[in-house]
Design a protein around this ligand. Sequence first.
Ligand code: GLU
Length: 478
Amino acid sequence: MDAGIKTEPTFRESVDLMFNRAVALMDLPPGLEDKIRVCNSTYTVRFGVKLRGSIHTFTGYRSVHSEHMEPVKGGIRYAIGVNQDEVEALAALMTYKCALVETPFGGSKGGLCIDPREYDEDELERITRRFAYELAKRDLINPAQNVPAPDMGTGEREMAWIADQYKRMNTSEINANACVTGKPPNAGGIQGRVEATGRGVQYALQEFFRHPDGVAMAGLNGTLEGKRVIVQGLGNVGYHAAKFLAEEDGSIITGIIERDGALVDDGGLDVDAIRQWIANHGGVKGYPNATYVEDGPVVLEKECDILIPAALEGVINLTNADRVKAPLIIEAANGPLTAGADEILRNKGAVIIPDMYANAGGVTVSYFEWVKNLSHIRFGRMQRRQEEARHMLIVEELERLSEHLGEAWTMTGDFKEKYLRGAGELELVRSGLDDTMRGAYQAMHNIWRSRDDVTDLRTAAYIVAIERVASSYQAKGL
Ligand code: GLU
C-alpha cells in the first residue's frame, strides 16, 4: 500500500509522479525514461489585439511534449487559469493518450489565458485568428507537424477560424484543412467529433463492464443498467457521456455538479432538460425538477456507483479524496485526480479508469478527421451503395428461396431496414471509436490482470503507452 504523498504536487508533477510509478516497474534503457518524461519545448507568446478602443495583451502557450511521432496533437484551451505547468502536464498526457489508443501522433497542448465569456463573437474571432497566426508562423500549427483541436473553452467555431487563418497564410497548401481538427462538418470536419469524447467515455464503460473481474474489483456487478452515476461538469464531455449512459445503457444520473452548485435526484435527472436550463439561466440554480445543493463539490462525496469528473483538473485532491465513496471513478476530464488523491482512493479499493484512456475518444475521432482531410474524401463515399446492393442481393435471394419452399418467411421490417442500410460516415466513426476503446482497454487489462506488481489501471495504461513511445524512440536509434 502506498502512503507517501503529503503535500499537493502541481499538475505536471502529478503526471510525473504517475509516470514514475509505472517506469519503476519497467526495464527501460538508461536515460530513456528521462527523455520520455520531459517536455521538449514550450512556446510562450504575448500578443496585442485592439478591442473596444484599446490594446489588450493576451498570453498563450503551445507546448510540445514528445515528437517521437509527427504531427504532434492536442487541444487548445481557453481559460483564465491557463499556465505553463498546466499546458505541459496536458501535453504529456496527450503523448501517453495517443500511444495508448494508437493514434500516430506525438503529444502537444496549447492554451490561452482568457475568459471567453467576457468577449463577444467578433472579438473572440480576432483574438483567435491572431493567436493562430502567431502559432502558424512558427509551425506550431501545421498539418504535418502540429495539429490542434478543441479543448475546454473552445469548439468547432474556433477551429474553423484557425483553419481559415492557416489557409490565408498558406494559400497553395493542398492539405491545409488537416492543420486542425474538430472543425464543423461543413468546414472540413467529420460527423461525430463533437460527441466523440463523451461517446468514448460511454464505450470505455461498456468495455469495462464486459470484463467481470474488473467489475468485481470495484465491488459492482451486472451491467451499466441501473447504475447510479454522478457527473461533474455538464460541458461537451460530461453532457454527452451522461446523455448516452442514461438513454442507451439505462444508467441513472443521480447527480450533476456545475459551477454554481449541484442537482441531485435518486430517481434520475433529465440531462437534456438540465443542459437547456443551464443554457438559458447560466447555471443549475433554480432548476425546478431536482434538489439543488449550493455547495456543489460535496456531491462528489455522495454515494453512487460511478463517478465521472468531467470538468477541471485537481478537483479530487488531498482535501476531499478520503470522503469520496464511489467505487468506480472514470476520469473524463484530464487530471481530475491529483497523484495524492489517486493514492488515497487506490488504497481504499476504488477502481479508477484513467484519463489517458477514458477521454481518448476526442483525439481518436480527431485522427479520423485528419485522415479524412488528407485523403480528401468522406468515409464511406465509395462503399456505401455497393454494400447496400450486396445486402439487397442476399435479402432478395432469401425471399425468393422462402417463396420457392412455400414457407411464409418474412423478415421484420426493422431488421430489413437496418441490414440494408450501408454505413455512412457517422456509423463508421462510431465503429472505429468503439473498436479503439475496446482494443486499448484490452491492452491495459492484460497488464493489470497478468502482472502482480501492477495493481491499478492507470499504471497499466502508462506501461502500455511508455512501452510504445520507448520502442518508437529506439527504432529511431535514440
Ligand atoms: N483536447 C482533447 C484532449 O484532451 C482532444 C485533443 C485532440 O483531438 O487532438 O484529448
